[in-house]
Design a protein around this ligand. Structure first.
Ligand code: ADP
Ligand code: TYD
Length: 202
């Protein structure tokens, strides 16, 4: 049986990494064979592209093309073989991030992103996508508290993240069956309970 593909999305600082780790552990405790991964990244080449994407200034279309180049590799080398093997794949970000960041944030035309999406993944989509939703000022505050040096995206303006957040919420209204919005203002245990409840229906 094919495994399930779960993706986690949201603006920087919304709690994806925290709940990615929890979700992977939770699924393992349920006896599932789980592969934890992330985008951009997830393969040796993808991680090299990630390092460039998070540090080098570049044209917004170069950025979109490199995101999808890393994704092509990720699908071929990791995601599709793991799912075919019956494994569950949990990815910290996937294509919704391209619509939200390159589309919503940077203003790249959605038709261009759609063309890349069709090229790279045809009609392949995650089974479940969790969008961690948080007001940008709270996300900024949580990120600042971690003390980590901000990357090229994390240095963007509040307005940029407002547009990214709006794009995620807009996608969730169009695809409510796949995309579940999680209120990240809740406590970590409350969010875990919600994730558990949703996963139980799959
Ligand atoms: P992301 O991966 O989306 O950038 P993180 O998971 O790294 O976000 O979370 C950013 C910070 O916020 C971390 O310090 C984390 O411990 C904290 N955090 C995550 N979820 C919550 C929550 N529900 N309530 C309070 N703090 C949280
Ligand atoms: P992120 O998972 O947030 O890394 P970290 O939590 O370690 O900082 O991802 C890195 C950045 O990549 C993030 O700011 C969003 C951006 N990104 C895009 O702009 N488009 C995409 O398609 C993807 C997958 C990520």
């Amino acid at each position: 049986m094919r495994g399930k593909f779960i993706t986690l999305e949201g603006i920087d600082g919304a709690g994806k990494s925290t709940h990615h780790a929890w979700l992977v552990d939770f699924l393992k405790r349920q006896g599932k064979d789980v592969v934890a991964t992330r985008e951009p990244g997830g393969t040796a080449l993808g991680e090299k592209l990630r390092a460039l994407l998070l540090s080098e200034p570049m044209h917004l279309e170069t950025e979109a093309l490199l995101m999808f180049a890393a994704r092509r590799e990720h699908l071929d080398k990791l995601i599709l073989p793991a799912l075919a093997d019956g494994k569950w794949v949990v990815s910290d970000r996937f294509t919704d991030a391209s619509y939200a960041y390159q589309g919503g944030g940077r203003g790249l035309a959605p038709e261009k992103i759609m063309a890349l999406e069709r090229w790279v993944q045809e009609d392949f989509q995650p089974d479940i996508t969790f969008v961690f939703d948080l007001p940008t000022e709270i996300a900024c505050g949580r990120l600042a508290k971690t003390g980590a040096a901000p990357d090229r995206f994390e240095r963007e303006t509040r307005e940029f993240f407002e547009r990214v957040r709006k794009a995620y919420l807009q996608r969730a209204t169009v695809e409510p069956d796949r995309i579940k919005v999680i209120d990240s203002r809740l406590s970590i245990p409350e969010i875990e309970k919600q994730l558990e409840k949703i996963i139980a229906t799959y």
